[in-house]
Design a protein around this ligand. Structure first.
Ligand code: BGC
Length: 540
């Protein structure tokens, strides 16, 4: 076991720094705020934290638009604060994963400011520039995820530049060797500072097709599934030329060589391609690319046991040495309690969801607030911050509803997050879920999370074992994790009524969450799991 890298089977807690804790009372969270909550984070029993971007940025996409890779934005603090965060996290046995946004910069980055000036300056090729078509329109049909054409006109050069997200997020040109070298050196700046890993934002977007071929249309019958919204024409194309290009793999290999010079560090790629499960396997194959990757495949709108089983089975079939990482919520999607639980979800659902996530094979990303069972916050139009939501309102409200500040104390103003008006409102339903209330309730979602996590740590089956699904109804997820001769049956009931499964082995009850199971015996071969409950049983 000693040779197993720390990140295999680890639980990574995602911190959205604007909303963790505000130490300087400007209404926005910061690094000193995160430091003040390290004991809380440690009490959850997680292995690492992934901190969303805190680098210098005009914040047009809340930090995913970086204007200086080597500095901290004053909103969040200083480099000295960050060094303190690493030291204090490490002192508590918590690893630090930072978010690296390598495919694009802010338009305020010095590289872009220089590049946009002329066609022959030293950084002229650092971004993706292209001439207009003879009729003056953009070079091709590529679209930006956040709306409209992916091309923006720059009068200084009389050319268009490419941006896959906002027009203030110009895309770096990885076909230019100096860009790759420079980016690796920006990454190394943080490796030298002692970070334990990188979450690689939008990593499939590094390269584009140099011939700038048009993306083909996606036939209407295929425009469905994850992320499809009829209000966003981005979903009307097959994204074969603007992302996930074959050259990406060579860059990942160069990045891995750098990581290997800093033993114990890890890469976690964010994948959202035409076939994310295939891309996850491809990007993590062998030992010379990414260590692990996660996709949006479990960030879907509907809870379906069949879908979860099929998704995981498909990835497992594709993966060779690659290691999966799963999440059911993050800062880009509606909170899982609302997505999968609808209006007024049962608090018990949160416990079952967290237990299921922690029991999957792979590493796990758990988004801040999931340990409290937070639901999506309802944000009014005048309160919107996310440019994605501002563009697509009212059909799509953007990502603010999952990014609101953490509710720490029930009675305090601003739920103890800040003394000032917070950058996004804290809903009253969140105050009812405050940490201060849940701490003192032995049956709370928070305490169930902690108990499960601490138990999980002792279970090699859950951290490292294989996974095999057992056929079950759609409201049910059942699988067996096995490690050596040990086998654990994990059953999760997401419905409001008890479910019964038949097994072909005897079992002994190991752990239950919620109302647990109605009938268990060491001789038993029939298991009945109560509404919204988790049952873990040792297969004898
Ligand atoms: C991040 C988003 C961000 C986008 C552009 C992503 O996938 O998770 O929050 O807006 O990349 O950087």
């Amino acid at each position: 076991m000693t040779t197993t890298p720390w990140w295999r089977g680890a639980v990574v807690y995602q911190v959205y720094p604007r909303s963790m804790m505000d130490a300087n009372n400007d209404g926005i969270g910061d690094i000193l705020g995160i430091i003040s909550k390290l004991d809380y984070i440690a009490s959850l029993g997680v292995d690492a934290i992934w901190v969303s971007p805190f680098f210098k940025s005009p914040m047009k996409d809340f930090g995913y638009d970086i204007s200086d890779y080597r500095d901290i934005d004053p909103i969040f603090g200083t480099l000295a604060d960050f060094d303190e965060l690493i030291a204090k996290a490490h002192a508590r046995g918590i690893k630090i994963i930072i978010d690296q946004v390598l495919s694009h910069t802010s338009d305020q980055h010095a590289w872009f400011m220089e590049s946009r000036e002329s066609r022959d300056n030293a950084k002229a090729d650092w971004y993706v520039w292209a001439d207009p078509q003879p009729d003056g329109t953009p070079p091709n049909n590529w679209l930006a995820i956040f709306g409209g054409s992916a091309w923006e006109w720059e009068p200084r050069r009389c050319q268009y530049y490419l941006h896959n997200f906002l027009k203030t997020q110009p895309d770096l040109n990885y076909h230019c060797p100096q860009v790759q070298q420079q980016i690796l050196s920006e990454v190394e700046f943080w490796l030298k500072r002692g970070v334990d890993g990188l979450r690689l934002d939008a990593i499939i977007f590094c390269f584009h097709d140099q011939l700038l071929r048009n993306n083909p249309a996606k036939p209407e019958e295929e425009r469905r599934g994850r992320g499809f919204r009829e209000d966003n024409p981005y979903a009307f194309q097959r994204h074969v030329y603007d992302c996930d290009r074959p050259e990406n793999l060579q860059f990942l290999e160069a990045l891995r060589k750098l990581m290997d010079r800093y033993p114990g560090t890890v890469t976690l790629g964010e994948i959202a391609s035409e076939d994310s499960l295939k891309t996850m396997a491809e990007y993590t194959a062998g030992t010379s690319r990414l260590h692990m990757a996660y996709s949006f495949e479990l960030l879907v709108d509907q809870l379906s046991g069949t879908y979860i089983r099929e998704t995981i089975e498909t990835l497992e079939k594709n993966l060779s040495e690659g290691w999966p990482c799963w999440s059911i919520g993050n800062h880009d999607v509606v909170r899982v309690m609302s997505r999968w639980g609808g209006i007024n979800p049962s608090p018990q659902l949160a416990k079952t969801l967290n237990a299921m996530l922690m029991s999957l094979r792979g590493s796990i990303c758990s988004y801040q607030g999931e340990e409290l069972g937070l639901v999506e916050a309802d944000i009014q139009q005048h309160e919107l911050q996310d440019p994605y939501g501002i563009t697509f309102w009212p059909r799509f409200k953007g990502r603010d509803g999952c990014r609101t500040p953490m509710p720490w104390t029930h009675q305090e103003n601003h739920a103890g997050f800040s003394h000032a008006k917070t950058w996004l409102p804290i809903p009253s339903a969140h105050k009812e879920c405050a940490v201060s209330l849940q701490e003192n309730d032995s049956g709370s979602i928070l305490n169930a999370y902690r108990k499960f996590m601490h138990w999980r740590k002792q279970q090699p089956c859950l951290r490292f074992g294989d996974i095999e699904f057992v056929a079950a109804a759609d409201e049910y997820v059942v699988f067996i994790r096995s490690f050596g001769s040990e086998k654990l049956l994990c059953a999760f009931n997401f419905s409001a009524s008890a479910q019964v499964i038949s097994l072909d082995a005897n079992y002994r009850l190991e752990k239950t969450e919620g109302h647990g199971c109605d009938s268990v015996s060491t001789e038993g071969k029939v298991l009945s799991v109560s509404a919204y409950s988790t049952v873990i049983a040792r297969v004898l």
